[in-house]
Design a protein around this ligand. Structure first.
Ligand SMILES: [Zn+2]
Ligand SMILES: [Zn+2]
Ligand SMILES: [Zn+2]
Length: 254
């Protein structure tokens, strides 16, 4: 039987992206020369032949993905610019409104709420209150970040994945909830920095991301929201078994 859904990483970079503007480090230089090493801002897609769910909207142009489907919706983790910038041109499109789900954050980003255009912002999601979209059960979980941010446990009848960015560590209630749900098939986790002497304020370093991997023991873990310094580090360091670094365009089925 063909798989029901494909999950695809559309953007796996941090807010600076790779290459970082004017940076001459090895990985930025490599990304300037070859697009396969580039990392765009955070964005992922979960799609079936019937419809598409975008997770975050970090790509400057979302049209190539959304225009292929009649059933479409957008799920936001939070309203930082690197996760919503693609909404700004999209909102002035014409046609059927696109539902947008996200965390409770009255400020949103710039004037998105005041002038939503074709974006149909739904009432804010509440932590641990599941919603059902496209035959998916999606449970929002709180994350640790500098503004209200939700990660998502996404379940089909066959498979369970967690998408957790942006965050530094995880709140106890989120860890406990995810542990109680049974084994995750895939954990997708914010890992912006290489191992840091001082814990970064808003994002996981590799040490804290691996700590979450060990605690939740998923079948597989994908690191995302990658900064260029982590890419430099990974040139000479190997990740533990069951952990891999996501790349733009990488996909799996569920
Ligand atoms: Zn971010
Ligand atoms: Zn660089
Ligand atoms: Zn953020």
């Amino acid at each position: 039987m063909s798989p029901l859904f494909t999950f695809r990483f559309l953007g796996t970079g941090d807010a600076r992206q790779v290459p970082v503007f004017d940076c001459d480090c090895d990985v930025c230089h490599r990304a300037q020369l070859e697009s396969r090493w580039q990392r765009h801002s955070c964005c992922a897609a979960l799609y079936s032949p019937k419809g598409i769910l975008l997770i975050d909207a970090g790509l400057p142009s979302l049209a190539p993905w959304l225009s292929m489907y009649t059933q479409r919706c957008i799920l936001l983790t939070h309203y930082h610019m690197d996760h919503v910038q693609g909404l700004f041109p999209l909102r002035w499109g014409v046609g059927k409104p696109i539902p947008v789900y996200g965390p409770p954050d009255l400020a949103g980003c710039d004037d998105l709420f005041k002038h939503p255009g074709m974006l149909d912002f739904k009432p804010p999601l509440m932590a641990f209150q599941p919603l059902h979209l496209h035959r998916l059960r999606i449970t929002p979980v709180p994350l640790n970040h500098s503004r209200p941010t939700l990660g998502y446990l996404i379940e089909t009848s066959e498979c369970r994945i967690a998408y957790l960015t942006d965050t530094v560590g995880l709140p106890d209630e989120t860890l406990q909830f995810l542990e109680q749900q049974g084994t995750l098939d895939r954990l997708i986790i914010d890992c912006t920095e290489p191992p840091a002497a001082v814990m970064p304020r808003n994002h996981n370093d590799l040490t804290s991301a691996l700590h979450i991997h060990v605690r939740l023991r998923p079948q597989e873990t994908y690191l995302t929201h990658i900064g260029h310094a982590l890419d430099v580090y990974l040139q000479t360091h190997v990740l533990p078994q069951g952990v891999q670094v996501a790349r733009d365009g990488m996909s799996f089925t569920l």
